[in-house]
Design a protein around this ligand. Structure first.
Ligand SMILES: N[C@@H](CCC(=O)N[C@@H](CS)C(=O)NCC(=O)O)C(=O)O
Length: 212
């Protein structure tokens, strides 16, 4: 059985989307960040970087597996179940390229923009992260106008990783990014098509309760 330690944040929803897409049995242990549960010893034993998500697979090939970092978790689940990541060739590395672009760029930059916008006391930092987020959204629009999905023609773990971040940007950063997001036709088409997937809808609806 897979146990996912997670919370209702964009990074936390990525593996939840993936598990719903796969349709495999899993249970959820909520790690309430507002209660600083990420610093409890039992969680740090699984995720020493004190960040969600983390995953434990008791039945992994070769013995029980414990891991953190959303990109590593998505790659593991995709390989284990042979889904949402081409097995080889250029198509595989395209997906991995855009997965890493999300994890190294979109997540941290939009995350920092959110933090500085909430604090509201550092306009230079806010301006810096707005510019960087706008740049990344421009790169994204270019990619999505060439390909149907982030990592190529097919829906993949790159889309799984990106979707909760774009939803969060739209919901929480309207004053900073609303116009930029609304003006990007390919991004809006992609957002609608990924958002219509039943697995995505189930994962995005999770409200932080224990499950399984
Ligand atoms: N690179 C990590 C980032 C994970 C991350 O930033 N998680 C945030 C929530 S979205 C977290 O756990 N923050 C708690 C903390 O920093 O104490 C990943 O992709 O898994």
């Amino acid at each position: 059985m897979i146990t996912l330690h997670t919370w209702t944040t964009p990074n936390g929803r990525k593996p939840l989307i993936m598990l719903e897409e796969l349709g495999v049995p899993y249970r959820i242990v909520p790690v309430n960040l507002a209660e600083r549960a990420q610093f409890r010893p039992e969680f740090l034993a699984i995720s020493p970087n004190n960040k969600i998500p983390a995953l434990v697979d008791e039945e992994a090939d070769g013995g029980p597996l414990t891991m953190f970092e959303s990109g590593a978790i998505l790659t593991y689940l995709a390989e284990r179940h042979g889904r949402l990541l081409p097995a080889q060739g250029p198509a595989r590395y395209q997906v991995l390229t855009w997965l890493h672009w999300q994890i190294g760029g979109v997540g941290p930059m939009i995350g920092q923009l959110g933090a500085f916008s909430r604090q509201g006391d550092n306009p230079d930092a806010t301006t810096h992260f707005v510019r960087e987020a706008e740049r990344l959204l421009g790169v994204l629009e270019g990619q999505l106008s060439r390909t149907g999905h982030l990592g190529g023609d097919g829906y993949s773990i790159a889309d799984v990783a990106l979707y909760p971040w774009i939803v969060a940007a739209g919901e929480r950063l309207g004053p900073q990014l609303g116009e930029t997001l609304a003006g990007k036709a390919s991004l809006q088409r992609w957002l609608k098509s990924v958002g219509e997937r039943p697995a995505v809808q189930r994962a995005m609806a999770w409200q932080g309760t224990a499950q399984g």
